[in-house]
Design a protein around this ligand. Structure first.
Ligand SMILES: [Zn+2]
Length: 92
């Protein structure tokens, strides 16, 4: 697992601020979203057939977005933000 350094965490926090991201939780209205130190990849999976990939093979990947996760410490709501959209895709 790739984990953000303190400097990278501060870069993500600054980029979210520049993008006018609010850290208040829109689900419970009382919690605050915190940035997870782990990086995540959201992958689009495309199947070759209606039954998926041939046995023993991974399905082909069409797209991949590197993301940071923000989660609410109160209710557990989680949200993804694309590093590319934040101008931080070189981070991973
Ligand atoms: Zn919440």
């Amino acid at each position: 697992m790739t984990e953000l350094s303190q400097q990278q965490l501060e870069q993500v926090s600054a980029a979210l601020y520049r993008a006018s991201v609010r850290l208040s939780c829109q689900t419970c209205s009382e919690g605050t979203l915190e940035i997870d130190r782990a990086l995540y990849a959201l992958e689009e999976v495309t199947a070759r057939s209606p039954h998926g990939a041939p046995e023993g093979q991974a399905p082909p990947r069409k797209g991949r977005a590197l993301c940071v996760v923000l989660s609410c410490e109160r209710c557990g709501y989680m949200r993804l933000h694309s590093l590319a959209a934040l101008g931080l895709d070189q981070m991973a």
